[in-house]
Design a binder for this molecule. Structure first.
Ligand SMILES: *[C@@H]1O[C@H](CO)[C@@H](O)[C@H](O)[C@H]1NC(C)=O
Ligand SMILES: *[C@@H]1O[C@H](CO)[C@@H](O)[C@H](O)[C@H]1NC(C)=O
Ligand SMILES: [Ca+2]
Ligand SMILES: [Ca+2]
Length: 250
């Protein structure tokens, strides 16, 4: 059997992806950070908390190994990727509402930015989660006129590099716009609010649970924030590990 170095295979996959949003090396304030490669053993034993349309998912707070973990956006992606998963991407309203329900059913209460632990199981509280949503504002996104203005057209799901609908309208087939109508600056999201505070861009997509008295809704948030996360099966990584590990059960 011919051995092809893993990095080469993965980079080739990124290079061929459409739309051509190449994110092998996202912009980061910690230089030298890369995407992690899947670990076959972890893929085979990945947490499967729930299933939707053939994909497995888990919320970090409900998995003992990750229950108390809050990590920045790239670390969250990398934890998922070792399991042949990635941060969740909500391409449909159905999938989105499944996540909204997961958050709603947990006993999370946050008022005036203070947490009230009502639940006897603190890990049931879901104040917010990371998704794979990302603003294309890193190297490789320049000269993409189709992504301008970025605040409307520059968002995509980094798990599969699929472009999102313009942020100011309900996505095709959805009954509502999942982006919040308010936030720190009391304007609709994405608002890049932290840029005005200290020059940090809000380039990552988090689902917040009523942080701004706005119910459960999408917000652009600076990627260094530490949050729990939801992982979703990555077909790309599962296919890759399946094809390079004969007989593995995923
Ligand atoms: C960060 O946001 C500001 C204000 O919108 C913008 O001018 C700047 O280009 C952004 N930085 C990056 C790296 O995209
Ligand atoms: C920006 O401000 C926030 C909130 O005060 C702080 O936690 C964060 O570390 C700051 N980021 C940078 C890059 O200075
Ligand atoms: Ca998805
Ligand atoms: Ca925001």
């Amino acid at each position: 059997m011919m051995l092809v170095p893993l990095a080469v295979v993965l980079l080739a996959a990124f290079a061929n992806a459409e739309p051509a949003i190449n994110e092998a090396r996202p912009h980061s304030n910690r230089p030298g950070r890369f995407l992690s490669l899947p670990i076959p053993q972890k893929c085979a034993n990945r947490p499967k908390q729930f299933n939707f349309r053939g994909h497995n998912y888990f919320y970090s707070g409900h998995v003992p190994a990750h229950a108390n973990q809050k990590v920045d956006w790239l670390d969250a992606r990398n934890i998922c990727r070792e399991y042949c998963m990635d941060l969740i991407s909500m391409e449909t309203q159905e999938e989105n509402n499944m996540i909204f329900r997961l958050i709603q059913q947990s006993n999370l209460f946050l008022t005036n930015n203070r947490f009230h632990t009502k639940s006897v199981f603190p890990s049931d509280d879901v104040p917010y989660i990371w998704t794979s949503g990302r603003l294309c504002d890193f190297k490789g996104c320049e000269n993409r006129r189709d992504l301008e203005p970025k605040s409307l057209y520059g968002w995509f799901w980094s798990a599969n590099r699929e472009k999102m609908a313009p942020t100011n309208q309900a996505p095709n087939g959805w009954g509502f716009n999942p982006w919040s109508q308010t936030g720190h600056k009391k304007v609709r999201q994405p608002d890049n609010a932290e840029y005005d505070i200290n020059g940090t861009n809000e380039s990552c997509l988090s689902v917040l649970n009523n942080v701004y008295n706005d119910g459960i809704a999408w917000h652009d948030v600076a990627c260094y924030h530490e949050k729990p996360f939801v992982c979703e099966d990555s077909e790309e990584l599962l296919n890759y590990v399946a094809s390079t590990n004969r007989g593995i059960r995923l």
